[in-house]
Design a protein. Structure first.
Length: 351
């Protein structure tokens, strides 16, 4: 396999949190025509900085996926179709994009999405190396190898898994836990007949994309009713997550952590509270960490202004509960004191 920059080793002092300012989509206010908050990724990072969890030089800078990288999952025919602005307008659901010259569309719309896709691929390798990784963007689960849709132009989940299978020894089974409010039909189509990939998907059964064909790829289907609330939702996620991980033991868990399940989301139609989302993410990390399975988390859909704050709160919660730890310069101070204490205790047993 060719060498890719996406698999270069970041400095050990970096957190396995992947981001680039390039993620954010801004052009002439057109992004306001989509219910999506096209700057949510930067806002998540700003909240984490305010809370002193991270600093710019402590996160991993995402790199744009090249055409060669994208061809690991995509057909050349599909990538060529993105050279037509009207195709990109249909995929991103921003109609005026159809009237822009394609070089503008490439730079202002597709480059941010390619950078987020590169971020997911990078986070896959980081998760295996460090036990966990979070791409603050990505989660384009409606895109498959030859078809985009629902704001998803590149199949980053498929790509991250294919990269791991092809390039990381010892990674041969993956589980996708897709908890965005929508069915993840893109990765489902891509891994339809692949026994190495186990898919659990919990989604509102009445909304986009309603892809009956793709549903055949789901090993655990959790179809939710309009307005599902926290207690029922968390109980179902917990039960099925445990079932999924007991049924199939993966080398990597890809967690599509969409926040469009939030009460009041114009597209999701579910009624989960901010606290419910934080609890949900904790459940997934707990289940994976308990089994020693590396987790790659992507942020996916979430269409309200308050979404960024919730994602940041969830990451802060994962940190405060000890489910994600900082690399720190060597073992952290508290850890060193603990080691000294432990060795002193062990020596006292000997004497």
């Amino acid at each position: 396999p060719h060498r890719t920059e996406l698999y270069e080793e970041p400095p050990p002092r970096c957190w396995p949190i992947v981001y680039s300012p390039e993620y954010n989509i801004t052009f002439m206010g057109l992004e306001k025509l989509h219910p999506f908050d096209a700057g949510k990724w930067g806002k998540v990072i700003n909240f984490l900085k305010e809370e002193k969890l991270i600093a710019d030089d402590l996160i991993v800078q995402a790199r744009e996926a090249t055409e060669e990288d994208l061809l690991v999952a995509h057909t050349r025919r599909y990538l060529n179709r993105l050279k037509w602005s009207f195709v990109v307008a249909a995929i991103t659901e921003i109609p005026p994009v159809a009237f822009l010259p394609n070089f503008v569309v490439q730079r202002k719309v597709l480059k941010p999405l390619r950078t987020q896709t590169g971020g997911t691929i990078m986070a896959g390798k980081l998760a295996v190396d460090r036990g966990w990784a979070i791409n603050v963007g990505g989660g384009f689960h409606h895109c498959s190898s030859d078809k985009g849709g629902g704001f998803c132009a590149y199949a980053d989940i498929t790509l991250a898994i294919k990269f791991l299978f092809e390039r990381v020894p010892g990674v041969s089974k993956a589980t996708i836990i897709d908890l965005d409010a929508h069915q993840g039909n893109g990765h489902e189509r891509d891994f339809m007949d692949d026994p190495r990939v186990y898919i659990m998907d919990a989604y509102n059964r009445y909304i986009y994309p309603g892809d009956g064909f793709a549903k055949r790829a789901i090993k655990r289907r959790v179809e939710l009713e309009w307005g599902t609330e926290d207690s029922e939702y968390l109980q179902k996620v917990h039960t099925h997550l445990e079932g999924a991980l007991n049924e199939f033991s993966p080398d990597i868990l890809v967690y599509n952590a969409g926040t469009d399940i939030l009460d009041g989301d114009p597209l999701g139609g579910l009624a989960i509270s901010p606290q419910g989302i934080v609890r949900r993410d904790e459940l997934v990390f707990r289940a994976a960490r308990r089994r020693g399975v590396p987790v790659l988390m992507v942020t996916s859909g979430g269409y309200q202004k308050r979404t960024a704050r919730i994602i940041a709160d969830s990451i802060l919660n994962l940190h405060s509960t000890g489910l994600i730890q900082l690399p720190g310069p060597g073992p952290g101070r508290a850890r060193l004191e603990q080691m000294v204490h432990d060795s002193a205790r062990d020596l006292s047993h000997l004497s």
